[in-house]
Ligand binder design. Structure first.
Ligand SMILES: [Zn+2]
Ligand SMILES: [Zn+2]
Length: 381
């Protein structure tokens, strides 16, 4: 597929100045950032990456000149395509996410970007675990979407101590070591250099709180393993690898920390008749020579039930007939529905006692006209 034009992606004119480009990117980054977007995380992430790639090129004088001259070839990102570690402008948008998330409990701005840049700088905290739940869907389930209750094992809040981790009558107090920050600074030697690193506080395990006497049920963590029933809903059109993020449905955080997220990941079961390519459905259909020559009307299975299909007279092997709107709905735009494509294969039968005579007659009839073979023989004769 041809790569989209960077100017088009950012929705700016080719002669736009730096400020216009920056403004356009900031607006799009705000719309598509996976942590803020209304879109599914998969789609938001893709779009966020796409606009960031365009910005990486157009915000850089040198890269922009090369792109204007040579197109995508001029900036092929070392041949491997754009990856997040090649994005050098995160500062241009970091403030947006600072506003959006109000410098919340997590590591703040750097944290949000570090997810993408793989920087591993996420500050230690008492947030619960993110969980992954794999679900396998049949083609029909993916077509209709599903609603079902699932049970997932996860960390839950301890009932005995209401998640505080403290035994009855015992007090919870701010950790002395980290003064409630959950993190401490430590000198780390790397070769000749010593750097200051922020690491999780060992005394409170990052929660910022300690208890005099830990709860006997959860041993002070405030969490216990539970099996939680969750109502799962996947909209029509999910494909292999689709990820659904359910905020706050992951594990409970230690000592009443915020809950993690649950990621539901879709796997697709292969269908024995239909093949799928994104939102398009493909069906291989064998027809007889007589049907190919004269045409026919056949009942054809589709995802929404059987439909009548007209095989036109003169259909060839390899022809593809299309049933519009009989494919998969698009998961992000349900009104957009793919097609079903019927790939025709004309199957040549073995003649039997009844048909042999007819085939022989047809052969004689056909041989009265000059054949393809006669025509090419003439050229060489
Ligand atoms: Zn501490
Ligand atoms: Zn407890």
């Amino acid at each position: 597929m041809a790569k989209k034009d960077y100017y088009e992606i950012l929705g700016v004119a080719k002669d736009s100045d730096e400020r216009t480009i920056k403004k356009a990117y900031r607006k799009l980054a705000r719309t598509h950032h996976p942590d803020a977007s209304e879109e599914s995380p998969e789609i938001a992430e893709k779009k966020f990456k796409e606009v960031s790639e365009a910005y990486e090129v157009l915000a850089d004088k040198d890269k922009r000149t090369r792109y204007d001259k040579f197109g995508h070839k001029g900036v092929d990102f070392d041949g491997g395509g754009f990856s997040w570690d090649q994005f050098s402008h995160s500062d241009d948008v970091s403030d947006i996410f600072g506003q959006l998330f109000g410098g919340g409990q997590r590591g703040g701005v750097g944290d949000i970007f570090s997810q993408f840049f793989g920087g591993g700088q996420r500050g230690p905290d008492n947030r619960g675990d993110d969980l992954r739940y794999d679900i396998t869907l049949t083609l029909k389930e993916a077509y209709k979407g599903i609603k079902k209750e699932i049970e997932i094992p996860r960390d839950g809040s301890c009932e005995k101590c209401s998640g505080s981790g403290a035994a009855e009558g015992s007090n919870t107090r701010t950790c002395n070591t980290c003064r409630g920050q959950g993190m401490v600074q430590k000198m780390v030697r790397r070769g000749f250099m010593s750097t200051v690193s922020t690491i999780e506080c060992n005394d409170c395990k990052g929660s910022g709180k300690t208890v005099d006497k830990p709860c006997s049920v959860c041993r002070g963590s405030g969490i216990i393993p539970v099996k939680k029933k969750i109502k799962l809903q996947i909209p029509p059109g999910a494909d292999h690898g689709y990820r659904l993020r359910m905020r706050g449905q992951g594990g409970a955080g230690p000592n009443n920390g915020p809950k993690g997220d649950l990621y539901v990941v879709v796997n697709m079961k292969k269908h024995n008749v239909f093949q799928r390519q994104d939102n398009e459905i493909i069906l291989d259909l064998e027809i007889t020579p007589a049907q190919a020559v004269i045409g026919d009307r056949l009942k054809i299975p589709t995802l929404s039930g059987n439909v009548k299909l007209k095989i036109p007279s003169g259909t060839q092997s390899g022809d593809v007939l299309r049933l519009k709107g009989k494919g998969m709905p698009d998961i992000s735009r349900p009104s957009l529905v793919g097609s079903q494509h019927i790939r025709i294969n004309v199957k040549v039968p073995k003649p039997n006692g009844k048909t042999r005579k007819l085939w022989e007659e047809l052969r004689e009839l056909d041989s009265e006209k000059p054949s393809f073979l006669d025509r090419i023989m003439d050229k060489f004769g």
